[in-house]
Design a protein around this ligand. Structure first.
Ligand SMILES: [Zn+2]
Length: 331
């Protein structure tokens, strides 16, 4: 836990001022300080846990007062993340939820430190789009992840999960739809989700991340895959080998079947407590959610609860509602 201890002791006249946190400086309005430090600290921990990057440094600043763009460098050379914590000056735009800041920091650190981008016309860095998204999802907090897990379990029940073979080769649905504006800094943050595939894409990124972490036993499996991409190896071959499906002609199909069976029984995906899943998988069916039927929960919209924000209420508000509801169901 970071504790603000005053202004930066090493600052020069030109340096940024702000509250010192373990990850760097926080220069935001007082009412946003707690949220900014909480997000920054969560991102710092995630960089260690998911990326195996010890002691990353960055600054978080109030977007309305920031002269540097997203990911621009501070006078001290730290990446800077301007974030709109409150309403805009015109009081019309709705700010993105603060809990998405760590997701966006994950995107930036992944491209900055693990798989850089050598082209402008792509989502994130040179890694496959699913890996770019998985890297950011790996930074998310448990509340948001539980929404994604709930969505993945539901899509699996309904047979609507994106087949693994397609997922591993597809362009990001919003990139495909042309809804992500080109950005010069290699990050794509401001877009409105329009593709029907987008919620499924994020649910897959979350569930496959959980699956790979468990199967490989490596919490930093994203960093391990990033290394495969950097040395221009075959990610598909690596995944098959690390999950015990190497050397088979139908490896991806077999892996997909195993992945879907795993979602149905994994406790974090509701496998222990979800009556529908239990009914389908033949497991004990006498358990009921205390708060009623999970089917009543609103459908999370993965894309909207993600990169960028245009001040609309779609998606994330519903995600937040689902976030509150799901733990009640899980007891
Ligand atoms: Zn993202």
């Amino acid at each position: 836990m970071s504790v603000p201890v005053g202004t930066d002791a090493n600052s020069t006249a030109k340096s940024r001022s702000g509250t010192v946190a373990e990850f760097g400086l926080v220069d935001v309005d007082p009412e946003n300080l707690e949220a900014a430090i909480q997000e920054g600290e969560a991102a710092r921990q995630a960089a260690m846990d998911a990326f195996a990057l010890p002691s990353v440094k960055f600054d978080i600043v109030e977007a309305s007062r920031s002269p540097v763009p997203w990911g621009g460098l501070s006078p001290n050379g730290r990446p800077t993340y301007p974030w709109q914590f409150g309403k805009g000056a015109d009081d019309r735009s709705i700010p993105p939820p603060a809990y998405l800041l760590r997701h966006e920091i994950g995107h930036d650190l992944f491209v900055r430190r693990l798989v850089p981008s050598t082209r402008d016309d792509q989502y994130g860095g040179d890694a496959p789009d699913w890996l770019d998204e998985m890297a950011a999802v790996a930074f998310e907090g448990e509340d948001l992840r539980s929404v994604r897990r709930w969505a993945a379990a539901r899509y699996a029940r309904e047979g609507r999960l994106i087949p693994l073979r397609r997922f591993l080769t597809m362009t990001h649905p919003e990139m495909e739809a042309g809804s992500i504006p080109a950005s010069s800094d290699g990050t794509a943050r401001a877009f409105e989700a329009v593709s029907e595939d987008t919620p499924m894409f994020y649910a897959m990124a979350s569930a496959f991340h959980d699956f790979l972490r468990q199967r490989t036993g490596n919490h930093a499996v994203v960093a391990e895959m990033a290394a495969v991409v950097r040395r221009r190896g075959s990610l598909e071959r690596w995944i098959l080998r690390r999950t015990g499906h190497g050397g088979r002609n139908d490896g991806i199909a077999a892996l997909d079947a195993e992945f879907q069976a795993w979602i149905a029984v994994d406790p974090r995906h509701g496998g222990d407590e979800n009556p529908e899943l239990e009914a389908r998988t033949g497991r004990r069916a006498d358990v009921r959610c205390r708060d009623g039927d999970a089917r009543r929960l609103p459908e999370p919209s993965g894309g909207a609860a993600d990169d960028g924000w245009r001040g609309r209420t779609s998606g994330t508000d519903r995600d937040a509602a689902a976030t509150r509801a799901v733990p009640g169901c899980r007891g």
